[in-house]
Design a protein around this ligand. Structure first.
Ligand code: 7TS
Length: 422
């Protein structure tokens, strides 16, 4: 098998990553006359043939609705759908497949917890603790909840350009008044890796429920919800080689049991009368209507694909590439880097002196390099840093050092183009 051959006897360093890169047909193309260098993986990852093939096979052979018919196709679709739930549980080391709820993505998972669990358990005067580096997805739903029930948002600060959480402030903020602490595992702008197991342990001691936003971590490093000790954890399929429109909400059994149903409809009921309904047990009571069956099955295939490579290997690769990019960029004049100096995840945010991030990204695109420029759905963090936007290069296992070299070359060209010297 190809994966075994590519990884044989290896530590992270001796893997033949080119073999995996060849699994991604989309990467083999020219953009504006240049070979595509795709460095926007924090926004979404590309999809390997293994996932595309599974989607095609599902629609060509097994397409049917789940949990309804007793006919063969429906049985096959249901079996594949529930097998993916088991797969997802293994992917994050959940104790039981019933702790896995399929959602549209990280955003929907957080909204589910905020509206359903929060709606019942967060009361007027309670504190909801967030960090200053949260994506809007892990901020706006809590603002909506706070407004609805009269709770108060409090924030664990981020320290300057280093982009670390100011843990010295945690004890004074994490008091008995905090009902829930929601934190990102990895910052999508700074690349900071937060010590989520420690944060969850401290929250638990203070009596707070925890939610970890693993949107930027689940596909890049091994995740063990029991080692982290969180109550809830969310991530999206599209950032981990899976399809768009599918994601996972993990909820510790006891927490899902105390969460009321969210959306009502078919599939989530045991019995309906004109004036009363009884619901299925979790996780099914949170999956109203026909779910994204193909998405779930494709997500299962993506998890198989990633774990055949090994997320510890991917983590090593991505960190090394980011460190290399930082090292090269930090030697250039007029480049300002954001985020921690050491231990960062596989992404780098930067600004070029006197050149707007949007101009950087637009000119890079003309040279085939796909970056993201903007506030990255981190507006409050940007305001805190006194900036409006950054340009961001975010890496995955199919990216190469040669692509980092190309990025650096293009940045030098951009500086020249705008009359700045490097
Ligand atoms: N949380 C984090 C930390 C994220 O980076 C993102 C998406 C989300 C939540 C939301 O994920 P979704 O799949 O539900 O949309 N981040 C980015 C990004 O950095 N660029 O585009 C999307």
């Amino acid at each position: 098998m190809k994966n075994a051959a590519a990884i044989a006897g290896s530590s992270g360093k001796s893997i033949n990553w080119k073999i995996f890169r060849a699994d991604f047909p989309i990467l083999d193309q020219k953009v504006h006359g240049h070979p595509l260098v795709y460095l926007d993986n924090a926004a979404t990852s590309q999809k390997p043939r293994a996932v595309l093939d599974v989607l095609r096979r599902y629609y060509e052979h097994d397409n049917s609705n789940v949990h309804r018919g007793v006919h063969e196709l429906s049985n096959r679709a249901t079996a594949a759908y529930e097998a993916a739930r088991e797969r997802a549980a293994r992917f994050i080391n959940a104790a039981d497949a019933d702790e896995i709820v399929f959602t549209r993505g990280a955003t929907e998972g957080i909204n589910l917890v905020a509206q359903a669990w929060g709606g019942r358990h967060v009361k007027s005067g309670d504190h909801i603790l967030l960090t200053e580096m949260e994506h809007h997805s892990n901020l706006v739903p809590w603002q909506m909840l706070a407004e609805r029930v009269g709770a108060q948002l409090v924030y664990l600060p981020v320290t300057g350009d280093d982009g670390l959480l100011d843990l010295s402030r945690l004890d004074s903020i994490l008091t008995g008044g905090v009902r829930l602490f929601a934190m990102t595992h990895i910052s999508n702008t700074l690349g900071t890796v937060n010590p989520v197991a420690d944060l969850c342990a401290r929250a638990r001691k203070a009596g707070a429920v925890t939610l970890v936003d693993a949107a930027q971590s689940a596909g890049h490093r091994p995740i063990d919800v029991r080692a982290i000790g969180c109550d809830f954890l969310v991530f999206s399929g599209h950032k981990i080689c899976g399809p768009t429109g599918i994601g996972v909400l993990y909820g510790r059994r006891e927490k899902l049991d105390e969460t009321p149903p969210w959306q009502g409809g078919g599939e989530m009921i045991l019995n309906v009368d004109y004036h009363k309904t009884t619901y299925k047990q979790p996780p099914h009571c949170f999956e109203a209507g026909t779910p994204n069956i193909a998405g779930v099955i494709g997500l299962g295939a993506a998890m198989d694909y990633l774990d055949a490579i090994g997320r510890d290997n991917i983590w090593h690769h991505d960190q090394e590439l980011a460190a290399y990019a930082c090292e090269r960029l930090s030697r250039m004049k007029g480049v300002r880097l954001f985020g921690p100096a050491v231990g960062r995840a596989g992404l780098v945010s930067f600004l070029l002196e006197n050149i707007h991030a949007h101009d950087v990204v637009t000119v890079a695109d003309q040279r085939g390099v796909a970056l993201r420029g903007g506030h990255h759905c981190n507006q409050p963090l940007m305001k805190k840093l006194g900036i409006e936007s950054t340009a961001r290069a975010s890496f995955y296992f199919y990216n190469t050092r040669a692509e980092v070299d190309r990025l650096v070359e293009v940045i030098a060209e951009i500086q020249k183009y705008f009359g700045q010297s490097s």
